[in-house]
Design a protein around this ligand. Structure first.
Ligand code: PBG
Length: 305
């Protein structure tokens, strides 16, 4: 009765890694319980999640082909648009978010186009992100979620979507995304580790919190509908400050490395994995996140039922 924070499945968003083909389920070694799925298998998981009361999924694509531009990112027959359409048809109530970034699609693994010297070209990347966003929105995504951290991309995507008569597609902005070592297992899953250099030129310095408020305010002004902070656990103070600085919903991304740490320690019997999971998710909500993107979504929803 006096509990201040309640954890319920309706605040969770489940990430999914989608690959081309049919009948594919490949486990991700550093993320026990997480699999790369072909669109038909993604439909089965989406149905299962809906049954557990999880209202939303966020899709990441692993294409058959990577090139310098990441051109598979806007292929309407690519794994993500295919999975969006299939889930939309089979699980009508499910909210579908599409992550929009180039790093899973480029052969160099950076989130944008590179110049000859290995520097990311911010403005030249924006039209490519817009093509990817429009392809996902046309396939039926409720929201696109740019995670690339190029400056000005929220406004650019908003304008591109509106021009294509996709004004109802929401933008969930990874507004505050740190250059974090906690993304390691995700990069294994997506094969998206940068081939050379790192992401510190476009992702944020973990030492900065005021800058997070600036990034959040810019994305809000450009038309973001939901603001995301990522990672979650090492940045709960940032989640709280972003929550207090906006009237938009705030999401926090409980990332792959946070998930892997719980799984690894629990496997060794060093912690009680289920209790740590629920405590973690509760703490992210207590810090002020309205929504949590988490690989624990199905497991947590099952325990909370
Ligand atoms: C793509 C992207 C990443 C994650 C979400 N979108 C990887 C990165 O920035 O390297 C990480 C998610 C996770 O670790 O669970 N840019």
């Amino acid at each position: 009765m006096v509990r201040e924070t309640v954890l319920t499945p309706d605040r969770l968003v489940a990430p999914m890694f989608v690959v081309p083909g049919g009948g594919v389920r490949h486990g991700v070694p550093s993320m026990p319980g997480v699999e790369r799925l072909s669109p038909d298998e993604a439909v089965k998981d989406a149905r299962m999640l809906a049954g557990l009361g999880v209202p939303a999924v966020i899709l990441f694509g692993i294409p058959a082909l990577k090139d310098a531009e990441g051109s598979s990112a806007w292929d309407p027959a690519g794994p993500v648009p295919s999975a969006i359409a299939a889930i939309r048809a089979a699980v009508p109530g499910m909210q579908i978010w599409a992550d929009v970034c180039l790093c899973e699609y480029t052969d160099h693994g950076h989130c944008g186009l590179l110049d000859g010297k290995g520097e990311v070209l911010n403005d030249a990347t924006l039209p490519l992100l817009a093509r990817a966003a429009v392809a996902c929105a046309r396939a039926g995504a409720d929201a696109v979620a740019p995670s690339d951290m190029m400056d000005g991309r929220v406004g650019f995507l908003r304008a591109a979507l509106d021009r294509e008569a996709l004004a109802d597609t929401l933008i969930v902005s990874y507004a505050v995304k740190y250059a974090s070592a906690f993304y390691g297992p995700f990069r294994d899953a997506a094969g998206s580790a940068p081939g050379s250099g790192d992401r510190r030129g476009y992702q944020m310095d973990p030492a900065n919190a005021r800058e997070a408020l600036r990034e959040a305010a810019l994305d809000e002004a450009e038309g973001a509908d939901i603001l995301m902070v990522k990672p979650a656990l090492a940045y709960l103070d940032v989640v709280r400050r972003v929550r207090e600085g906006t009237r938009l919903p705030v999401a926090a991304y409980n990332v792959s490395g946070e998930y892997a740490m719980v799984k690894a320690a629990a496997e060794r019997g060093w912690i009680d994995g289920e209790r740590v999971m629920l405590e973690t998710l509760t703490s992210i909500r207590r810090a002020g996140a309205d929504l949590i993107v988490t690989y624990h979504a199905a497991e947590a929803a099952r325990l909370l039922a």
